[in-house]
Design a protein around this ligand. Structure first.
Ligand SMILES: NC(=O)c1ccc[n+]([C@@H]2O[C@H](COP(=O)([O-])OP(=O)(O)OC[C@H]3O[C@@H](n4cnc5c(N)ncnc54)[C@H](O)[C@@H]3O)[C@@H](O)[C@H]2O)c1
Length: 282
């Protein structure tokens, strides 16, 4: 039987006219993702706790000829996510793609030479904050926007894990465990959607490596202790490509995962890390 894949190649990666909801779109990485999708003809709902920043992203997309809206969202509060969902549906009438980009670490959940995990000056509050932001901040929007996809019978969810989900990085105890939780949740949700709701609702994740942004500036640039080289040098030493990532380098993997090209791909993870997760350092 002749395959019809080749005759449809031009449509394989097309997201033209789709609607994407992006949390954390006021931030560095997902601002770039939002702008990238906007350029490809995707209608973008730029959502963030910082409405000003979400609005800037939407304004940039619209100024470049795209179609974007901005709304405030607190991914930790169901009422706020529901309000954002209602605003998106009022404007675009459907949700084809949800990208859970909001997330991050908390300084109080990072060990330091003078603040060790066991003798702890390390704050449980910081650890709880980090678990909440990453895990609940992915679970709640997935639940609320996922319901819309279930009603539509189709959709794509992309979560944001990290290369430290498999091999934890030193110092960031809660962030590493939280991102591992996201990877596990991605697989759980992928199976649940396909088995119990619709095999046309796919759930995947990206695993970024190191992209210099505000939230990791301290860890990358400052020397954590006098005996070690700076963390930035250590990271590049273990990155086969010997450089940090650029935010736009996330766009291609996301386009693939959202597109018809990935129609049989669910529960998977794409590393975008310059090889960091594949190299022992030796
Ligand atoms: N920068 C990296 O190297 C790196 C590596 C791996 C994974 N990540 C992940 O990528 C994502 C984006 O990171 P970034 O580096 O662009 O950071 P960023 O701080 O620039 O972006 C995070 C955005 O999330 C928003 N946010 C925070 N709390 C929120 C809440 N409760 N509700 C809604 N929005 C909220 C912030 O306002 C911010 O705009 C995060 O999930 C992060 O963990 C980053």
């Amino acid at each position: 039987m002749k395959s019809n894949v080749n005759s449809n190649l031009s449509a394989l990666f097309s997201l033209e006219g789709k609607t994407a909801v992006i949390t954390g779109a006021g931030g560095i990485l997902f601002g770039a993702v939002a702008r990238g999708l906007g350029q490809l003809g995707v209608k973008v709902a730029s959502l963030d706790l910082r409405l000003n920043e979400a609005q800037k992203t939407a304004d940039e997309i619209n100024a470049a000829g795209g179609n974007a809206m901005a709304a405030e969202i607190d991914v930790l509060k169901s009422e706020s996510v529901t309000k954002a969902k209602d605003a998106v549906l009022a404007k675009f009438n459907r949700v084809d793609i949800l990208i859970n980009g909001a997330g991050g670490n908390h300084p109080k959940a990072t060990t330091k030479p003078e603040e060790k995990f066991f003798f702890s000056d390390l704050s449980l509050e910081g650890i709880r904050f980090t678990f909440d932001l990453n895990i609940m901040g992915t679970v709640i929007p997935s639940m609320i926007f996922g319901r819309v996809m279930i009603q539509q019978g189709e959709g794509v969810i992309i979560n944001t894990s990290s290369m430290n989900a498999d091999i934890p990085l030193s110092r960031i105890v809660a962030y590493s465990a939280a991102k591992a939780g996201i990877s596990n949740f991605t697989k759980w949700l992928a199976a649940d959607m396909a088995l119990n709701h619709s095999p046309k609702i796919r759930v995947n994740e990206i695993r970024p490596g190191f992209f210099p942004t505000l939230q990791n500036a301290d860890l990358i640039n400052k020397t954590p202790g006098t005996l070690t080289a700076s963390r930035g040098t250590d990271i590049l030493g273990k990155t086969p490509m010997k450089r940090f990532g650029k935010p736009e380098e996330l766009v291609g993997a996301i386009v693939y995962l959202c597109s018809p090209a990935a129609s049989f791909t669910t529960g998977s993870s794409i590393a975008i890390d310059g090889g960091f997760g594949s190299f022992s350092g030796v």
